[in-house]
Design a protein around this ligand. Structure first.
Ligand code: WT7
Length: 652
């Protein structure tokens, strides 16, 4: 976030108290804050018992004797899929719609809780027949089709561990994730729909599994037919989902697993080149996602139609499409495609069609719609909406107001939810019935969550002061580690402040003590609400023979929040032949192929030098100035003071 933005934020003074409809139920919600403040662990124990079914009740709430490795509800046993499916059917809600799925071309499937449960039982039998059992890892590389949820829940039902890889990641990225987790099975599709075209997925899996001569850990590839595109077939390894599922038994009894049984690994970018496999477990995670989904969105499971627009390949899709909403028995919309296909009003058309009451999306989408103009949403009836949510990056006040006014008809509360892949669930957010809303602020920790803002040396800051965001007490959905790398887990999040979790975000308290998020303080970029590592893109660039050295920065971007901008020194012999424009185009394509389209740089500048300190550290701050078209800041610590002049001259 630029200084200019921060300045705007701090002058934001609009206030929106809860409307009467919301305030009516607020006494109960207020009590949650009081209960949690009086006895935090007791509060979570009560939530876990009320919100979930335990095959074996727990007697211990939190075990923090070996920090930072927490155990929540450690001696309890449950089945995550049973909690999301069977128990709703047994309670008489089998006919309730779980999913209103719509594909990009307009095909539709409506799936009730009874039907979803039946599908997951069959899928669990199929996976078991393929040798998947408790603790085994299954990679899922699918478009947003019901089978993505069915596959995740079937894995969970068996006590196995899923690692969902976003369909936009490359074969290389997929292989790295398969290898790191030693996945036995990959579940994919022939292809999926995006912007009116079929993008191949099976082909990427084939490529991933043959990238190196070294055999992968994968024994089978299960393929959902979706795109109808041609695929190659490796006999003995590849199986069609529809063929196999037709042959398995439809009865399956969910067995209980310990609360700390791993549920999933989800890879996210850190400050080094290697993505981290964030590990989440079962009981605490499910408790907090169910609780937060209910409270933050003021959920009424009998009447609400909820829609989270995130792909299931991201943590938002895991926690707020799959586990939170299904644990709460929610009816939801699931949409495969892009917002502007086949027309720019597609999302608003879906909201009108299904009577969506609750929309959870990202600031980057809102800003894109703002640019297209309010005429587009105004063609549709959006009056069913009653709660709007935002996630992924700070939402600027103007986008917040537009969201409330144009999408929410001027009276719908907007909740800005701060959390991370690592936190598993929402940590800081307004609650619609009790919080007087401030556009641009995430505002208050949820009941039972302890947050503070501290200086670099760990001293808590006061009101109207800024610093680093920390979580001061363990929380139920917290990550349990980084897959296969306990040292990196300690180093990344706990070394800085000892007993407090370091989130990597800058934040401020305002005069009332509300929290305003200010963006990452490390070398992590946030592009369209997706986390990218500067180091990962740099190492992909230098892997190209044309590149001698590379530096990547996140430059502020009107639509995507930040955009990837790269500064590259080429090897003279190689790049001269290509010419600067061609070299940049080749390198953009190279990054796309290595990591995926989300990492493709917006711009690549070919330069002759990079600004470095005397100890050789690249001064990204100065490159950000260049990328954002600002006057270049303080250069006194540069080893060679002329470098920035040189760079500016090359780019002129
Ligand atoms: C990072 C986490 C949480 C799911 C999506 C992203 C930024 C997220 C907000 C918000 C300001 C936010 C932070 C955080 N972030 N939500 N409401 N306000 N910043 O998950 O990929 O793990 O990224 O996204 O910088 O650390 P993620």
């Amino acid at each position: 976030m630029t200084m200019n933005n921060i300045d705007n934020l701090l002058h934001e003074s609009r206030r929106f108290p809860p409307s009467e409809v919301f305030a009516a139920g607020s006494a109960e919600t207020r009590r949650l804050y009081e209960e949690a403040a009086a006895d935090r662990e007791g509060f979570w124990a009560k939530q876990a018992k009320e919100l979930l079914h335990w095959h074996k009740p727990f007697t211990q709430t939190l075990d923090w004797t070996n920090p930072p490795f927490a155990k929540w509800f450690g001696d309890g046993e449950l089945n995550v899929a049973y909690n999301c499916l069977d128990r709703h059917v047994l309670a008489g809600n089998g006919d309730r719609v779980a999913l209103h799925w719509e594909g990009e071309p307009g095909d539709q499937r409506t799936i009730t809780y009874a039907e979803l449960t039946a599908e997951v039982k069959k899928a669990a039998n199929l996976l078991a027949a393929l040798g998947i059992g408790a603790g085994d890892r299954v990679a899922i590389y699918l478009p947003v089709v019901p089978e993505a949820l069915i596959a995740m829940l079937a894995v969970a039902r068996l006590g196995a561990i899923h690692s969902v890889v976003f369909g936009g990641f490359s074969a290389e990225s997929l292989r790295a994730r398969i290898d790191d987790a030693e996945a036995k099975l990959v579940i994919t599709a022939d292809g999926g729909y995006r912007k009116g075209k079929v993008f191949p997925l099976k082909a990427a899996v084939d490529a991933a599994l043959t990238l190196t001569d070294k055999a992968s850990s994968v024994t089978n590839v299960l393929v959902v037919k979706r795109g109808g595109n041609d695929v190659e077939w490796t006999h003995g390894r590849d199986l069609w989902w529809h063929d196999e599922i037709a042959q398995v038994d439809s009865e399956h009894t969910a067995k209980p697993f310990p609360a700390e049984n791993p549920l999933f690994i989800l890879y996210t970018s850190g400050t080094t080149g290697k993505p981290k496999g964030i590990l989440h477990t079962s009981g605490g995670y499910l408790t907090q996602v169910a609780f937060s989904h209910r409270q933050v969105f003021d959920l009424k499971p009998e009447t609400d139609v909820y829609w989270c627009t995130a792909d299931v390949g991201w943590v938002t899709g895991h926690s707020y499409t799959v586990y939170g909403p299904l644990a709460n028995g929610t009816t939801q919309v699931l949409y495969e495609g892009t917002p502007d296909t086949p027309h720019p009003g597609r999302w608003w058309e879906l909201i009108q069609k299904y009577g969506v009451t609750t929309l959870y999306t990202a600031p980057t989408a809102i800003r894109t719609f703002m640019k297209l103009g309010r005429q587009i949403p105004q063609e549709f009836d959006l009056s069913s909406l009653r709660v709007l949510g935002s996630v992924g990056e700070p939402i600027n006040p103007e986008a917040w107001i537009w969201y409330r006014d144009v999408i929410g008809g001027g009276e719908t509360p907007v909740v800005d939810t701060w959390w991370q892949t690592e936190t598993g669930a929402i940590m800081v957010s307004a609650l619609p019935g009790v919080t007087t809303l401030k556009p641009g602020s995430a505002q208050v920790p949820l009941p039972g969550i302890s947050i503070d803002i501290v200086t670099d040396d760990g001293t808590p800051v006061g009101k109207d002061e800024g610093g680093l965001l920390v979580v001061t007490e363990p929380w139920p959905a917290m990550l349990r580690g980084i897959w296969g790398d306990p040292e990196r887990f300690k180093e990344t999040y706990w070394e800085k402040f000892g007993d407090r979790y370091f989130a990597g975000d800058g934040a401020r308290y305002d005069k009332d003590g509300d929290i305003w998020l200010m963006g990452r303080v490390d070398d992590v970029m946030n592009v369209s609400g997706h986390r990218l590592s500067t180091a990962e893109i740099e190492s992909s660039l230098v892997a190209h023979p044309m590149v001698a050295e590379a530096a990547v920065v996140g430059a502020s971007d009107e639509t995507t929040g930040q955009a990837v901008v790269a500064f590259v020194i080429t090897r003279a012999s190689q790049a001269d032949a290509a010419g600067k424009d061609d070299a940049a185009a080749v390198l953009r394509a190279h990054v796309t192929q290595q990591i995926g389209a989300i990492a493709r740089p917006r711009q690549i500048f070919i330069v002759s030098e990079l600004p470095k300190t005397r100890s050789g550290k690249i001064m990204r701050r100065l490159l950000r100035d260049v990328a954002e078209g600002r006057e270049i800041g303080d250069t006194t610590t540069l080893a060679d003071a002329n470098v920035m002049t040189l760079i500016s001259e090359t780019l002129r």
